[in-house]
Design a protein around this ligand. Structure first.
Ligand code: PFF
Length: 436
């Protein structure tokens, strides 16, 4: 069943969609913490340098591959050379595996939003969270509910679904984030919070910090899994790739920084140790919200904000796989969405149970949830990024002109693409493996 190729209605929709994909849990629960841990301003400058001169290259390349092929990930690599079709599927597999733990967290967000909206705020979140997450029925139902909330949009199509969702949720997210950040800055811990994030600590500058920054950049920019390629395939042909890529990076980094400005003043107002991941969002922060004035309003705003961030990222994960399924299995968009959702629901179950009845089921010493996070973030993302750069640099003739332009900068980026960037990400891959 041939679907007419969709196109974003205008440039703003394209930017909002890619920002929607990029801005997610990676910005809210990971970036601020690693920035504080790895030397504050020193990390920030290293990160900015790396995204501006290194990660910009695979980002432009993915967008360009989509723009040129106007097809899904699998077909795009198949068009370059049928030998690379399998690699296209590896990218799709990566994004599906990511969704199998990401959506579990989406389910938790729904539960917390419900708690704050209904003002049913537990007394002690450090007791509440493990108890809730180790449950069986409710976390599974909520994961599926979150999946359905994401799937409705690609089910409805690129313009009627995905574009509309991003056009509404992204500006709303920006407003909530700014309001909450301003509120946080009025708290007594604001100075210390900002100090934790921004104070330069040059002793933290080492290879671990650089590799962490690179890994974070791939995840947060949704690079290395065909998601950006897929959104790029819907862009208008006159879109400027390099400029759009820098715009995307600018928005994504601003959201990451504002998230830190929103979170750390609260954390430091209560003298608790800053943490990352589930503990930060589902234990420390909610505990502190409940001690501040208007906890229900504060908590609801915060969880709607992350819900929007997670949904727009979830949509792009699904769309990457759906677009490839439509084209390669010759099925309709609706059928592809339903089949994919069923698959993710099933594989997410052991992920949900990793916090309860399957806690002791370990793969390489990790629960199923942590294992999915590990193989995707530490292995597949750097591996795929290296391969995308090699394939584009060596097998796609027009890549230099289309992605970077025919000028000095274009020449430099093209050289980096062919010879340097693949090596860098293979280095990231090897160190990721050693860290097991
Ligand atoms: N970039 C998202 C984040 O920072 O949370 C994660 C993500 C989105 C990964 C979309 C993969 C994807 F296709």
């Amino acid at each position: 069943m041939e679907e007419k190729r969709a196109e974003w209605t205008n440039h703003i929709s394209f930017i909002l969609a890619t920002v929607g994909s990029a801005v997610g849990l990676g910005n809210v629960w990971r970036f601020p913490y690693i920035m504080g841990k790895y030397g504050g301003a020193v990390f920030l400058f290293t990160y900015l340098f790396l995204i501006a001169f290194i990660c910009i290259i695979p980002l432009c390349v993915e967008l360009t591959l989509g723009k040129i092929s106007r097809k899904d990930t699998v077909t795009t690599f198949n068009m370059i050379n049928p030998k690379f079709k399998g690699f296209g599927w590896l990218c799709v597999l990566t994004v599906v595996l990511i969704s199998c733990f990401y959506f579990v967290v989406g389910g938790w967000i729904l539960q917390y939003l419900w708690l704050f909206l209904t003002n049913n705020i537990p007394e002690n979140f450090s007791q509440y969270f493990p108890l809730f997450a180790s449950g069986t029925t409710i976390p599974v139902i909520l994961t599926i509910l979150f999946l359905v909330m994401c799937a409705i949009f690609p089910f409805r199509g690129v313009n009627k679904g995905i574009e509309k969702a991003n056009n509404i949720m992204m500006p709303a997210l920006a407003v909530m984030l700014i309001l909450l950040a301003i509120y946080s800055l009025s708290l007594p811990g604001a100075k210390e919070g900002l100090e934790f994030m921004f104070k330069p600590d040059f002793s933290k500058f080492d290879s671990t910090m650089v590799l962490t920054a690179l890994g974070q950049a791939l995840f947060t920019l949704s690079i290395g899994m065909g998601a950006i390629l897929t959104y790029g395939s819907y862009m208008k042909q006159d879109t400027k790739i390099l400029k759009s890529s820098y715009t995307l990076i600018g928005f994504d980094t601003t959201v990451s920084l504002l998230s830190g400005i929103m979170i750390f003043p609260i954390v430091f107002s209560f003298n608790v140790e800053p943490t990352a991941g589930p503990t930060l969002i589902f234990i420390s922060l909610p505990e502190m919200f409940s001690k501040l004035p208007f906890p229900a309003v504060l908590g609801s705003l915060f969880f709607i904000l992350i819900l929007f961030a997670a949904i727009t990222s979830g949509i792009s994960m699904l769309e990457t796989a759906i677009a490839s399924m439509i084209e390669n299995f010759k099925i309709s968009r609706k059928k592809a969405t339903v089949l994919l959702s069923l698959f993710i629901s099933v594989v997410s179950i052991p992920s949900v149970f990793s916090f309860g009845i399957m806690k002791d089921f370990q793969i390489f010493g990790k629960t199923f949830f942590d294992f999915l996070d590990f193989i995707t973030s530490n292995i597949l993302l750097p591996l795929n990024t290296a391969l995308i750069c090699l394939i584009a640099g060596w097998f796609v003739k027009s890549i230099k002109k289309e992605a970077f332009g025919e000028n000095i900068l274009g020449n430099i980026f093209y050289f980096l693409l062919k010879f340097v960037i693949p090596l860098i990400f293979i280095g990231v891959l090897i160190t990721g493996l050693i860290q097991v």
